[in-house]
Design a protein around this ligand. Structure first.
Ligand code: HEC
Ligand code: HEC
Ligand code: HEC
Ligand code: HEC
Length: 233
């Protein structure tokens, strides 16, 4: 909380969305959440005017602050050392008390043998590169980022931690189709999820403001007929 001459100013959260400064009685208040993506810029239009302000988004045109960069590096070093298991972060989905038999993530490579074409188109998509995106930023250590850039975060067989999770990175098939170990073993057993309902778990207002099902689906459209796995004898 900062004091300005004629009124209190409260900048706080967590309000999930930033709120531009507004006045309640003598108090000017606003909110700069989310996650340091915004600042409140305070100004007086003239010497005698009351304080006013606006929300400024910290986009690429705002220079990084050296102290905060050092803090961020230290924070990530700590996260990397701790390597929080998915089931301890609060980002993993609650599991139903009674799980279907064989509710287990098999991994995208397990689909390859019968869904080769879908696997190739997926490899070329951004879902197939979602982990590299985090690696390039050094934020792969952050569970908040992990839970949307991996497969089956916190689910049986899904991404569990950095140390153990290397085969469940990227937004793989079972992100949308659900843990499919049973199906991969016996294709007559259907996959579990209604895939089109999954998108908005990650394509939310904050992380994918342009999301629209039809136009986004057209960029990843797939679903070629499955091939018989080659017989080995
Ligand atoms: C052994 C071969 C085989 C493997 C391995 C396999 N599938 Fe399939 N898959 C099939 C066949 C055959 C069909 C068509 C079956 C049908 O429609 O009854 C199918 C259908 C599907 C369908 C559409 C019908 C449904 O069940 O919803 C999805 C989605 C699917 N597979 C996803 C996957 C995923 C994800 C994996 C990897 C975890 C995978 N499959 C692994 C053979 C396989
Ligand atoms: C588990 C989280 C998650 C789910 C569920 C998910 N996505 Fe994504 N999606 C991502 C991430 C993360 C990216 C960005 C990957 C990158 O570039 O690193 C992305 C990127 C995309 C892109 C590329 C956008 C572009 O600008 O090129 C499309 C298209 C897309 N998703 C469509 C979908 C659709 C359609 C669904 C639902 C059927 C869906 N996604 C479900 C996480 C998810
Ligand atoms: C709630 C799910 C979610 C979380 C949490 C999340 N992301 Fe993403 N991320 C997405 C989706 C969805 C996209 C694709 C957005 C689009 O194209 O519309 C994406 C795209 C990106 C992109 C590509 C942006 C671009 O256009 O080039 C970067 C970089 C990224 N995420 C980094 C991060 C980092 C770093 C974190 C953690 C601080 C993070 N993400 C947390 C869902 C998420
Ligand atoms: C981002 C989410 C997402 C990912 C990742 C994804 N799919 Fe799909 N998939 C969908 C959606 C949505 C549909 C269309 C379902 C519908 O029309 O109801 C679909 C359709 C399919 C179908 C046809 C289903 C049918 O009923 O005919 C198959 C087979 C399939 N996917 C396999 C795969 C495989 C294999 C992978 C991994 C290489 C994969 N999918 C990755 C969302 C996804």
């Amino acid at each position: 909380m900062a004091r300005v001459p004629e009124a209190d100013l409260v900048v706080g959260g967590p309000t999930r969305q930033s709120i531009a400064p507004r006045r309640t009685g003598p108090t000017l208040w606003g909110s700069t959440t989310n996650k340091g993506k915004f600042l409140v810029h305070l100004e007086k239009r003239s010497k005698d005017a009351p304080w006013d302000g606006k929300i400024v988004e910290l986009g690429p045109d705002v220079a990084d602050n050296a102290t905060q960069l050092t803090n961020l590096t230290r924070f990530r070093e700590e996260l990397g050392k701790i390597d929080f298991p998915a089931d301890q972060t609060g980002f993993s989905p609650p599991l139903p008390a009674k799980l279907p038999a064989d509710f287990h993530v098999a991994g995208t490579t397990a689909c390859q043998v019968c869904h080769g074409e879908d696997c190739s188109s997926w490899s070329g998509s951004r879902h197939g590169h979602a982990w590299k995106t985090l690696l390039d930023k050094g934020s792969h250590v952050d569970p908040y980022c992990q839970h949307c850039h991996t497969t089956g975060y916190g689910l049986p067989g899904g991404f569990a931690s950095l140390r153990t999770g290397s085969e469940r990175v990227n937004v793989g098939c079972e992100t949308c189709h659900g843990p499919s170990h049973a199906h991969a073993r016996k294709p007559s057993i259907k996959t579990l999820y209604d895939a089109r309902d999954r998108c908005v778990q990650c394509h939310d207002h904050e992380n994918s403001p342009q999301f629209d099902y039809e136009s986004f689906w057209s960029l990843i459209a797939h679903g070629e007929p499955a091939q018989e796995p080659a017989k080995t004898n």
